[in-house]
Design a protein. Sequence first.
Length: 238
Amino acid sequence: MLGAYHNFLLFIKKKRSSFVLWLLQHLPDRLLCCLYEIVFMIQRVCALMCLCVLAAAPASAQLQRGQVLIGGNITGFDWGLNEGSAFVFTLTPKAALFIQDNAAVGGYADIGLSTAKDAGTSFNWGVGALARLYSGGARTAATSTGTTARSVRLFVEGNVGLQGVNPANGNSTNGLGLGVGPGVAYFITPNVALETLLKYNGIVGFGSSPTSGRLQLNVGFQVFLSGNRVRAEVDRLK
């Protein structure tokens, strides 16, 4: 991994684009290494998802016991192009197994970064367990042809784990994180859903502030796959 990281640094230093120069000027080597590891992890996850989607057979119900949910949400992405602009990015990858119809449990990771020249770097993190409960019946959405091939499902998501909010300036909190909120999933195919999630996240712990709370509007997508196919693809990647 370290050898690949050094090669990565040599590659970007040869490129003289404004984005690369901005990264080299504002982000320390340690942070660049962390970003590279995150990108490497995302590439592996995307490769697994692509293989699984290609192998998955169409199905009318992907919220049944034994199915696997893989995807993520984006809370915010802001990439300023002017001098002194900020770079803001928050990603929450998720994976869960349906232990019964319409009910899934799994895990999540939360990675947030905000940095700007002369303003320092803010870093948010989180890792823990999550649970989802989908509504029992699907609501259909009419298409332009008058059919009702698309379906909409309401759900509630909750999470518990370790989380931290560490702004460059201001109070930081690291400790036990709790979150809950409603969402809606729109199935563009039997296996893929676009979703919106409004979620409250609170942290109780230590730091310059013992508590922290925020309300977030998340957008993202989820892929619903057969558990047996996911295990087969994981074995293939090993």
